[in-house]
Design a protein around this ligand. Sequence first.
Ligand code: 3PG
Length: 212
Amino acid sequence: MTPQDASVETLKLCELAPVIPVLVIHDASIAQDLARALVKGGLPVLEVTLRTPAALDVISEMAQVEGGIVGAGTLLTPSDVTKAVAAGARFGVSPGATDTLLDAAEAADLPMLPGAATSSEAMRLLERGYSVQKFFPAEANGGAAALKAIGAPIPQVTFCPTGGISTKNAKDYLSLSNTRCVGGSWVAPQALIDAKDWDAITKLAQEACALV
Ligand code: 3PG
């Protein structure tokens, strides 16, 4: 898959809902219930971070949930790409980008949403063909004001900002011309997952959908 084709795919994902839940899940047995709750609330695109031993099993489980589109986040190495694809991930997300990682994703036909934090990083990815990127870590990196400023000279790049975003500041990003959606963990808080309060998570998803 070319970077251009990958960007077409990731743009479609970003246009499906205003928020991509970023999920750090420790227990695969709740994966399907959680995915169903988020999809029911209107958030079909789910990013499962490869930060827990259960993450690949979580992806396999969530990939079976009707209406969901499950990807793997925190991809750092070619081996992560291979494992994510084998688990059923339909897209990949990385906090930054290396040529090695992008080579692996392109060879595996995995649409990548690669991370950039600066203009130079965004330009380098654009040069390779990635016109859709993750802006990370968004809040620590200057927030919506910084992303707006990057968009002035580089309007060709569409971003999904992630990191420190919640209902309090999501609209600041979503109102930018270079932002299609945001990523965030706030729609699936650990306390609600532990309590298996799927209705509350569906409500948070619905509130997230109402941001635009
Ligand atoms: C992450 O990689 O953890 C994401 O950026 C999510 O960040 P958040 O927990 O601040 O939403």
